[in-house]
Write a protein that binds this ligand. Structure first.
Ligand code: CP
Ligand code: NVA
Length: 295
């Protein structure tokens, strides 16, 4: 792998991405016994997490290493110590740092100062670990030719996924409300890689004929004060039986889901939903990533 850090999905080339996905599949099948004996991953969280925290910690245990949870109140970072000092000190102890942060810039600061590999476990702008699991899930379900619609907010999960689809040659359409579109730089980056998504503001247009429909919450962590305006802006974007009436697509969601907002309980619990495989694949994909970065 060229990059020492994994701050967004395009820190991997297309070939490196395919190598990690293949290794993740092998790990899932139990036919890779690579280890990270005596290695420690520091896990820094400014926001809550279920999947990211549990899958990284379990992954390190399964690989023979160890993970340390560092919550915002537990360490001096939450009491005024600058991030760059936290990075320099922690980097002298651990073999890698996985961080869930608000500002993407802070992930870059961490990477600049830590002197060990830094993995982005979600920022306001990107969630590349989720993309690894998403692409592994899509690869398991479909062959090479697959089309996906992203329906919802154009922020972290969607943005990394859009770039990941370009790297993995997955055909993508995107529907967001105009005020919550993906960053133009993300669309341009996907185009530069070789696969610009079709961009819509109408979910019906975006989902026509696709194999997979993927959504995320409308109110992301840290946006609680924008709740009312966001719920209004996303009206019509809910994955429900009406929107999906003409579609047989599989349903993906990074989770946690807010039933009754971006998705109905019926759709999330239906046979077409592959969200639990998607959640499981966080573990396998991240183990492959850890082996690549720390191994
Ligand atoms: N999808 C995801 O990152 O979930 P958590 O917030 O539970 O980690
Ligand atoms: N967009 C969501 C993703 C959670 C995994 C958020 O940032 O809260």
């Amino acid at each position: 792998m060229n990059a020492d850090n994994f701050l967004d999905i395009d820190d991997l080339s297309s070939d490196e991405l395919q190598t990690i996905l293949a290794r993740a599949a092998a790990l899932k099948n139990g036919d890779d016994d690579s280890r990270l004996e005596d290695q420690t991953l520091g896990m820094l969280f400014e926001k809550p997490s279920t999947r990211t925290r549990i899958s990284f910690e379990t992954g390190m245990t399964q690989l023979g290493g160890h993970a340390i949870f560092m919550g915002p109140e537990d360490i001096q970072l939450g009491h005024g110590e600058p991030l760059k000092d936290t990075a320099r000190a922690a980097g002298r102890y651990v073999d890698g740092i996985m961080a869930r942060l608000f500002a993407h810039k802070d992930a870059e600061i961490l990477a600049e100062y830590a002197e060990v590999p830094v993995i982005n476990g979600l920022t306001d702008d990107a969630h590349p670990c989720q993309t690894l699991a998403d692409l592994l899930t899509i690869r398991e379900q479909f062959g090479k030719e697959v089309s996906v619609a992203w329906v919802g907010d154009g922020n972290n999960v969607g943005q990394s996924f859009a770039i990941g689809c370009a790297l993995a040659d997955v055909d993508l359409s995107v529907a967001t409300p105009p005020a919550y579109a993906m960053d133009e730089a993300v669309i341009e980056r996907a185009a530069e890689i070789g696969s610009k998504p079709d961009v819509y503001t109408d979910p019906e247009a975006a989902i026509e004929g696709v194999d997979v429909i993927y959504t995320d919450v409308w109110v992301s962590m840290g946006q609680e004060d924008k709740r009312e305006q966001k719920l209004e802006a996303f009206e019509g974007f809910q994955l429900n039986d009406t929107l999906l009436a003409e579609s047989n697509a599989k349903i993906m969601h990074c989770l946690p889901a807010h039933r009754g907002e971006e998705i109905t309980d019926t759709v999330l619990e239906s046979d077409r939903s592959i969200v639990w495989d998607q959640a499981e694949n966080r573990l396998h994909a991240q183990k492959a990533l850890l082996l690549e970065l720390l191994g």
